[in-house]
Design a protein around this ligand. Structure first.
Ligand code: ZN
Length: 389
């Protein structure tokens, strides 16, 4: 147990998931707040943003029936990191669910509704934990101008930083910001996914933890991950080696088929909320803490369609001021851990009724490497081992 380990990761989770934290009775998507120091829009540094809305009079009804699948808040505040023990951290970041409650996750369908000059996107009846989005007409489309949480006070006027519509039309996201005297600067991404395909959530694994507890949620589409930005040669080789570490399953037989992972460095890239690009961002001059007040070294933000139960987007942030000299050209522990989340693995902690195994996905396991247990978890998920394309 090294001090470094205390800085490792923490968050998988932004979203949706009851898996995020120990609130096992949550049945609806929940939002998670990450606290940062300085302007959270620094997270968009170097990215190419799209400020043109994709919602038009012609296509807007195509988005009726979508459901909220993720909300991530990044909000400014003073550093408040506390020292606590691993048992506490692991409890608060547990991805495991001892029962099948997540199977009951409700997916509330949202629709566009005209309201005078405005257009609203909301769940019928504004139920608890839902959001109401306000749009105003511009030219031929609709621009997002306001956001209101059902539990919150008044509508918040927002500035859109990035619009994203997934190429297959089955998901979209808004990245918005605002500033208020009470709350400082805030950056929020909000994602909706299609409810057109509904699959039962089955095949609960008793052996492994995935990003939604024991439910195996994976990429159905081809896996693509990019290192986005202008990384140094050393940073490039650290990321590449961390990625390669996930492909070295000793149990793979020569003729086994593999799930290919396409990887490249992208100097032109979109913000993390973008659904068509899955990036690793090496973020400098930035510090994030989660709601439990732990400093975060790495963060993976997965987006799951909670109707078809598949991963539709995921992005990884590595906070270089915390990881610091760990980027040596060798596989880095934080990087490797976050890639585990990217592929679909959850946290591997001591847990009742589950055979804990030594894992890069634990915090206190004392391993800096992908273990055979981790490879087994991947193989159980994809029925294949991973390989680099
Ligand atoms: Zn983690």
């Amino acid at each position: 147990m090294s001090l470094l380990k205390l800085f490792i990761s923490i968050a998988l989770c932004t979203v949706v998931l009851p898996a995020c934290g120990s609130k096992k009775s949550e049945k609806k998507p929940e939002s998670v707040v990450y606290f940062v120091h300085g302007d959270p829009r620094r997270l968009l540094k170097g990215s190419t943003v799209n400020k043109s809305t994709f919602i038009t009079k012609e296509n807007r009804d195509n988005f009726n029936g979508f459901h909220l699948s993720g909300v991530s808040f990044f909000r400014e505040r003073e550093p408040q990191m506390k020292k606590e023990n691993f048992a506490q951290v692991e409890k608060e970041n547990s991805t495991s669910l001892k029962d099948d409650e997540s199977a009951a996750l409700e997916t509330l369908p949202y629709s566009f509704i005209e309201d005078g000059d405005e257009l609203l996107y909301e769940a019928a009846g504004n139920p608890k934990d839902s959001f109401k989005l306000s749009f105003k007409p511009v030219n031929d489309g609709y621009e997002l101008v306001g956001l209101k949480a059902s539990s919150g006070p008044d509508e918040q006027a927002v500035t859109v930083e990035h619009y994203s519509l997934k190429d297959d039309g089955n998901a979209f996201s808004f990245l918005v910001s605002w500033q208020s005297a009470e709350e400082g600067r805030t950056l929020v991404s909000i994602t909706f996914t299609s409810g057109a395909v509904t699959k039962p959530l089955i095949q609960r694994s008793s052996l492994y933890n995935y990003i939604l507890g024991h439910f195996p949620i994976k990429w159905e589409e081809d896996i693509t991950i990019n290192l986005c930005g202008s990384p140094s040669t050393l940073q490039q080789s650290t990321v590449k080696n961390s990625l390669v570490a996930w492909t070295r399953d000793a149990q793979r037989k020569p003729n086994d088929s593999t799930k290919e992972v396409a990887y490249e460095v992208k100097t032109e890239f979109a913000p993390f909320s973008d659904l068509n690009q899955h990036c690793i961002y090496l973020v400098s001059n930035f510090r994030a803490e989660n709601s439990q007040e732990f400093v975060i070294a790495g963060l993976t933000i997965p987006q799951i369609n909670t109707s078809s139960w598949e991963l539709i987007d995921s992005d990884v942030m590595i906070f270089m001021d915390i990881v610091g000299d760990g980027f040596t050209g060798q596989a880095n522990e934080t990087m490797t851990h976050e890639l585990g989340h990217f592929f679909g693995l959850g946290h591997e902690f001591e847990e009742e009724g589950h055979d804990h195994y030594r894992s890069i996905m634990g915090y206190s396991d004392g391993t800096q490497n992908v273990t055979q247990g981790d490879f087994d978890a991947i193989r159980a998920l994809y029925n294949q081992t991973l390989s680099l394309k």
